[in-house]
Design a protein around this ligand. Structure first.
Ligand code: UDP
Ligand code: MG
Length: 308
């Protein structure tokens, strides 16, 4: 069993993998002990898999898991974590935005007894999104942490017992607990290629983060309903009081329309929130595999399909 596994999800990163591999080799030779480099090809459409085959042919430490289509960053990361064999598993991006030298600091802290060592971008103010997420969620996510971290085998095994479909790995690791330490780094530009995450995917990830770790939106729906109900009751009391005193209330039309609109709006909002959760329940109960492997390359593994 290798001491250290480095897991790298790749989506159209053909121009980056060789450079990253070179830098990783240097770092690993400094750290000592043996290592494996586990690239997950997330259904790339450029030559990524061919480059990986090349590397695996030259260096037995390189393995590649090729997924049957593009499953997304978080699923690719999960595939890598499942297939990693090391006592410690480092996950990082393929585009060299995560400096490989940092792995040395990760390993130092791991040796000190920390189970999770995560990297956070230094000198960046936490984005509004993170602050909202931290407010809403029961778990705390270190601000500006990236999907760049080391996990002890114990953490990996615990993580593999979390079968949920809607994955926000940073949140899941916070939930797991263990002894965690952070290491700061300066973010860099992408080495080559283009960012794969679209704005739409980023927004969906933020929504997933909130909805899978917090039931506050559900409570908000009840609260909104309660406030509206109380307002309605107060209004009813006022109407009765006016009727008792013989006041003229014939001009109630605006109030009527307003009440209908407010109630309709509140009901629709609540329905929408419930629908979001039901949609996620629906996703979970299907129990589909998170990803499907088409092929494994290198590391003495045979080719075939497997899924968890
Ligand atoms: N990635 C992936 N599948 C995807 C999208 C991205 O495996 O569907 C990988 C990508 O190759 C990179 C990492 O996830 O190694 C982060 O992606 P990207 O650099 O596009 O995101 P950013 O760093 O801009 O957040
Ligand atoms: Mg990137």
């Amino acid at each position: 069993m290798p001491r250290l596994s480095v897991v790298i999800p790749c989506y159209n990163e053909a121009e980056n993998v060789a450079e990253l591999y070179g830098q990783l080799c240097e770092v690993v030779s400094c750290v000592g002990g043996d290592a494996e480099f586990l690239f997950v090809d997330d259904g790339s459409r450029d030559g990524t898999l061919a480059r990986l085959r090349d590397l695996a042919g030259r260096d037995a430490r390189v393995r590649a898991v090729s997924l049957s289509r593009n499953f997304g960053h978080q699923a690719a990361l999960s595939a890598g974590i499942d297939h990693a064999r090391g006592d410690a598993v480092v996950v990082m991006d393929a585009d060299l935005q995560h400096p490989p030298e940092l792995i040395r600091r990760f390993v130092e802290r791991w040796a000190e007894g920390y189970d999770i060592v995560y990297a956070y971008r230094e000198g960046v103010k936490p984005r509004l999104g993170y602050r909202i997420i931290n407010r809403l969620m029961r778990v705390r996510i270190p601000p500006e942490s990236a999907d760049f971290r080391l996990m002890d085998r114990r953490v990996v095994e615990a993580f593999r017992h979390m079968p949920e479909r809607t994955r926000f790995i940073r949140g899941m690791l916070s939930w797991l607990g263990f002894r965690q330490a952070g290491v700061g780094y300066q973010d860099r530009e992408r080495f080559a290629g283009q960012r794969a995450y679209t704005l739409h995917q980023t927004a969906r990830m933020a929504l997933n983060a909130v909805l899978s770790f917090s039931i506050i939106p559900l409570r908000l729906a009840s609260l909104l309903g309660l406030v509206t109900l109380l307002a309605g009751l107060a209004y009813a009391v006022y109407v009765l009081f006016a009727w008792w005193n013989g006041w003229n209330l014939a001009r109630g039309w605006p109030a009527l329309i307003m009440t209908i609109l407010i109630l309709g709006g509140v009901q629709l909002i609540c329905l929408g929130i419930i629908a979001e959760y039901i949609g996620r329940v629906f996703e979970e109960v299907k129990h589909r595999p998170l990803y499907v492997v088409r092929e494994e390359v290198g590391g003495g593994s045979e080719t075939g399909t497997s899924a968890r």
